[in-house]
Structure formats: structure tokens, C-alpha cells
Design a protein. Structure first.
Length: 105
């Protein structure tokens, strides 16, 4: 497992700032840079707001870390991976399997 963790992914969490008009502006704050395995799972297309998007799902493997949720995301250079689910594969708090989706327009 450890040899597969050759990517340096930045874990980011959302920061919402009120815009004064009842809404909010979302920015992202880096939480940590983690060694991770990144394995493609599936590729497809979808239509969102009348725009065709290409999506690729991946499985990210990282060492156990508390507090990772579907609200967060990973960044690798210009690539953004939105977290869809987080699981502890052997329930021993050693690793996390994180399913993510990379969407490009």
C-alpha cells in the first residue's frame, strides 16, 4: 500500500464568508499536504446546467486522518477532486479510502 502513495495531494476545506446580501462566498483553505495513492475507477459524461461535463471517479488512499469529510476536496496541481465518500477499509484507523470525482468542462 505504501508504495502506491506517490502523489502529493493538498486537502482543502471550504470557508464560507457572508456576502452581506444574505448569501455567502466560498473559498478554500489548505488543511494539509498528504502522500496519497490515486487510482482511476470510472469515466463518463453528464449534462449539468446545459453544459456537457466529463467526469472521472478515482479512489484515493491516504493514511488515517480524522475529520476528512465529503465537504472537503483534494487538489493536485490544476486538478480538483471533490470528495464523494470516506471509509476506513479495515476499521483499524490505519488508512482511508476516499472516493472522489474529478470533473472537467
Amino acid at each position: 500500500m505504501i508504495g502506491a502513495m506517490r502523489h502529493r495531494l493538498v486537502l482543502e476545506t471550504p470557508v464560507d464568508t457572508p456576502d452581506g446580501a444574505g448569501g455567502a462566498s466560498r473559498t478554500w483553505s489548505a488543511v494539509a499536504t498528504l502522500w496519497a495513492g490515486l487510482r482511476p475507477l470510472n469515466a463518463g459524461e453528464r449534462v449539468d446546467a446545459d453544459a456537457q461535463e466529463h467526469s472521472i471517479t478515482h479512489r484515493v488512499l491516504v493514511r488515517w486522518r480524522d475529520g476528512v469529510s465529503a465537504e472537503d476536496r483534494f487538489v493536485l496541481g490544476a486538478r480538483i477532486f471533490e470528495i464523494r465518500s470516506v471509509s476506513d477499509p479495515d476499521e483499524r484507523q490505519r488508512y482511508l479510502n476516499i472516493d472522489v470525482e474529478e470533473v472537467s468542462r
